[in-house]
Ligand binder design. Structure first.
Ligand SMILES: Nc1ncnc2c1ncn2[C@@H]1O[C@H](COP(=O)(O)OP(=O)(O)OP(=O)(O)O)[C@@H](O)[C@H]1O
Ligand SMILES: O=P(O)(O)OC[C@H]1O[C@H](OP(=O)(O)OP(=O)(O)O)[C@H](O)[C@@H]1O
Length: 244
């Protein structure tokens, strides 16, 4: 059953962001747990019944997608709204409205290198950098006058400098445990990351009532006892303040 014309379609990221988003969404009347049985449940779309008086008064359809694909569903208008990390959003410019920082999924995008084999950065030097984030990485090094060779990887990025594949990496750091256990040290933060609510620009006009209600309800939930401030602080290395 499709949601009503005023019903919302949400693209939600499977994995670690979803775990943190579920309690927040439940607080605004979007109770995915009522229809989703958890990670072993292999279904990828769900219908939520209308719930009068809130953002899902017209019902909702939830699509569970890979985190990096959420902006694609929203940009193409298949989903009206989505939740995506600032890392994913920063990697590719998109025509999306981004009304709210949800404060969940907090981590940072950072440069790291072997603790025992540091590579001092200087303008014009040759450098190999392994990363899942070629665009953000290139922009950052170029701002220092360095044009690195980017070595694209899709996981276990920390292996890059350990195996000699690269000199440095640019990857997400949360607790810092993966770096520590692989004898890497953090050199510099490029971007502090949290997850954002994103909205398809046309949906904002065509479904103004439920989307405005959703933004307001999420804002209220975050202002009262939201995960924002503590999660964001947790992703910052001790002693750091402000943005990268
Ligand atoms: N420690 C972390 N490592 C990676 N991503 C994190 C971390 N903490 C928060 N995030 C956020 O979660 C998003 C990735 O989520 P997740 O790791 O579940 O997806 P994935 O990379 O597709 O998963 P998989 O490793 O199964 O391929 C990132 O884009 C980022 O915004
Ligand atoms: O600072 P930490 O708390 O250790 O978290 C950071 C690690 O988590 C992510 O990897 P993920 O678990 O997604 O696996 P991946 O290497 O396959 O991407 C990220 O790419 C780092 O490797």
């Amino acid at each position: 059953m499709a949601p009503r014309a005023d019903g919302l379609t949400l693209a939600l990221p499977k994995g670690r962001i979803l775990k943190q988003a579920l309690p927040l969404l439940r607080r605004v009347g979007i109770d995915l747990a009522a229809v989703w049985e958890g990670e072993h449940d292999r279904r990828l779309q769900f219908e939520l019944p209308p719930r009068p008086g809130g953002p899902v008064a017209g019902g909702a359809r939830v699509l569970l997608v890979k985190p990096v694909d959420v902006p694609t569903y929203v940009e193409h208008g298949v989903a009206d709204v989505g939740i995506a990390g600032a890392d994913t959003l920063g990697e590719e410019a998109r025509d999306l409205y981004e009304p709210l920082d949800l404060g969940i999924g907090a981590c940072r995008l950072a440069i790291a290198e072997p603790a025992a084999r540091p590579t001092p950065l200087r303008r014009g030097m040759a450098l190999r950098v392994a990363t899942k984030y070629p665009r953000l990485t290139l922009n950052h090094y170029r701002s220092k006058g360095i044009q690195p060779e980017i070595i694209p990887l899709f996981g276990s990025v920390e292996l890059g400098p350990i195996t000699g594949l690269s000199d440095q990496i640019v990857d997400l750091v949360e607790s810092g445990e993966t770096l520590r256990q692989n004898n890497l040290r953090e050199v510099e933060t490029i971007l502090y990351v949290t997850s954002r609510l994103i909205v398809h620009p046309a949906s904002l006009k065509l479904k103004q009532a439920p989307i405005t209600a959703l933004i307001a309800a999420l804002r209220d939930a975050l202002a009262t006892d939201g995960p924002g401030s503590s999660a964001r602080t947790a992703a910052r290395p001790t002693g750091s303040e402000g943005t990268a």
